[in-house]
Design a protein around this ligand. Structure first.
Ligand SMILES: [Zn+2]
Length: 372
């Protein structure tokens, strides 16, 4: 009897995993040549029809299973459903001390990075006193020019989105940090294209497209003073900062690294040392109000370890920098823009918070003198 019970118990325990294994094998067969047992040899692409495309990432190799998880990024931020969370400004350390940088085209994106562990971030929501080291800035663009950002806000996309990547200084480097629960903070900033040489134009940039400003006072920065939160949420926009320094870097270096160079035999990749210095301030907007949620890397292995900070206000990047980006090639020497460089919006299961009251928007944050 005891043996019988034991056997029955064993069967019950084994059944679900056997079923799971057979489903997984079936997926693998359907995948044919795209499946890789070895994570390090696996490839991904942004081609929605290919077997390495974003909807298939979770099946390409076993260690990318998190790409099918419930804390995946990017998401659409529905501003009406964001929860107010009192939180003071992010604290950047040495923000105005520029650090030596380099740029590399890894076949998926060109990215600026630094080895100098000098610029850091603290006061990250719900991450206690942990300190995060600035490591990298890269940008996402789309197949369609107007839809290049990964996140969207109330369903609206921007032509580009900048990502500043920070890793927890308790880990040796970003490689060690990225799979850890408290490993990463990524700040996302939406970017518009500055297609005329004029300076910021408050009249144009404060209002949503399609809104009829004649009904409200155009001389005011925001036409909602004394009105409802809903008015602020819908109609008060940001003063856009022209990200001049970053635009110049992109114009110059995206051309330099436009061709993908495969890694050398020892696995190292070529990079180009910048003659200029870099800082996250190059892509930070004037107003540091933000949305925040728990999410993931937006490329495989999609680790669900990212505290996302998505800035409410966008910046502007020059048209020339945007055009230069379109020339950058992927591993197959095809321009990245052919398939775009953005993961589609993921189903949202996690709450999104904001650190500002709608009525307080438009407050501006300290800046570095050479940014003005
Ligand atoms: Zn990114």
């Amino acid at each position: 009897m005891v043996t019988y019970l034991l056997l029955a118990g064993l069967l019950v325990t084994l059944l679900p995993s056997t079923l799971a294994t057979s489903l997984y094998s079936r997926d693998r067969q359907a995948f044919g040549l795209c499946y890789e047992e070895d994570c390090l040899s696996a490839h991904f692409s942004y081609n929605p029809y290919g077997c390495h495309g974003p909807s298939k990432w979770k099946l390409v190799t076993p260690c990318w299973h998190e790409c099918g998880g419930k804390r995946q990024s990017p998401v659409n931020i529905k501003t009406e459903h964001t929860h107010y969370m009192p939180h003071s400004l992010l604290h950047f350390h040495n923000l105005c001390t520029r650090v030596p940088g380099k740029i590399r085209n890894n076949g998926h994106s060109p990215h600026f990075s630094t080895d100098a562990r000098i610029i850091s971030l603290t006061n990250v929501p719900l991450r206690g006193s942990d300190e995060y080291i600035f490591e990298e800035i890269h940008f996402h663009i789309g197949k369609r020019e107007e839809k290049g950002s990964e996140h969207s806000i109330d369903g609206d996309f921007y032509p580009m989105e900048a990502h500043m990547v920070f890793y927890n200084d308790k880990y040796k480097d970003i490689g060690a940090a990225k799979s850890k629960r408290d490993g990463l903070v990524v700040i996302g900033v939406m970017a518009e294209i500055n297609d005329d040489e004029d300076e910021e134009n408050p009249q144009q940039t404060y209002f949503n497209r399609g809104y009829q400003p004649s009904k409200l006072d155009l001389n005011k920065a925001c036409p909602c003073v004394g009105k409802s939160d809903d008015c602020y949420r819908k109609y008060c926009r940001c003063r856009l900062k022209n990200a001049r320094i970053m635009s110049t870097l992109m114009e110059k270096y995206f051309y330099t690294v436009r061709e993908y160079v495969p890694p050398k035999n020892n696995g190292t990749r070529d990079f180009v040392q910048l003659t200029e210095f870099i800082s996250p301030v190059d892509v930070l907007p004037y107003d540091w109000s933000f949305y925040m949620y728990d999410g993931s890397l937006t490329t495989p292995p999609c680790y669900q370890t990212v505290r996302w900070i998505v800035m409410r206000c966008p910046i502007r990047i020059s048209l020339e920098a945007f055009n230069m980006y379109k020339l950058v090639q992927d591993v197959h020497n095809v321009p990245l823009v052919t398939n775009g460089l953005r993961r589609p919006i993921q189903r949202q299961f996690m709450p999104v918070y904001r650190n500002f009251h709608w009525g307080n928007i438009g407050e501006e944050t300290p800046y570095c003198p050479d940014e003005q």
